[in-house]
Design a protein around this ligand. Sequence first.
Ligand SMILES: [Zn+2]
Length: 355
Amino acid sequence: MNAQEKELDYPLGEHLPTKGGMTEVAPGVFWLRMFLPFALDHINLWLLRDHYEGREGWAIVDCCLDQASAREQWQHLFNHALEGLPVLRVIVTHLHPDHLGLAHWLCDYWKAPLWISATDFHTAHTLIHPSNPQHSAQAVDFLRAHGVTQADVLEAVTQRHLQFSHMVPDLPNQFVRLFDGMSLRIGSHHWRCISGHGHAPEHIALYCDALNVLISGDMVLPRISTNISVYDSEPLANPLQLFLDSLTKFANLPADCLCLPSHGKPFKGLHTRIAQLRQHHTDRLNELRTACAHQAQSALDAMGVLFKRTLDSHQTTFALGESLAHLHFLWYRGELERINAEVIRFKPTEAISLH
Ligand SMILES: [Zn+2]
């Protein structure tokens, strides 16, 4: 446990749900955990007791990516853990494969509707059709423009488009739209949708006032900071500003609410964690301010400043997007100028460097 985690409270201690089972974390709210084949090796999923359209059953929140072990784990739960009741709806916080991948299978298996934001539904539909070769070329050009020359990294970003459709091979063609402020009645409780931006196009977290429980998805994680990246599809994006603005909505929730994050363990200390995340980004921005004052920085240069450890080619594509997100934040604030040459670099704006 790192120093920052010690400031948070983990009410369930070291407990983790068993592979075949689930743990009740609040009345009618159950936690399950599935394996992911990445450095981030697990995802938390939630099952809520539901009563919908006159039937008793369950609502699922997030699905895991489409892989054999996840299907087996779901099947085991269906056979042994759901009191013989059906899944009535599949709710997905955002389009990333570990959350959305198996939605097509779960919705089909239970003939249950998918509930998701419109932005993420439609974006996911464009991402599962990676056949357009221009798209890969665009991703490579984007990395080159930000200073990347290593062949393995350029190859990795080409693969990334194909990987999405590998982990999310199919999607339902219909959905129920979730949007900010919407109230969902799940079982005997109301859950309020809270949209968040910067990590995914339109991430939806759920807060239940009566239970004082927040399903925070990837917007507030206890141990790691949420990935905030600029991607080639929106090369001038300012996702860090969007993310920090979104955190303000979570800061308005009660400080003692139980947070159910997609990665890590359920925790209390939402306001502390939000302050830590803000400080994390402030520190990173200050490091870049110093580096840019010394010498104009490309996103690749900035990555060397922000990420001290060695990164493999896939991690590099994400770290580069994250570094660019921090540069863009300072650029949109008017602190940096964007010099558009063969490699894009950022330097302090004249007005500020004269001080
Ligand atoms: Zn995510």
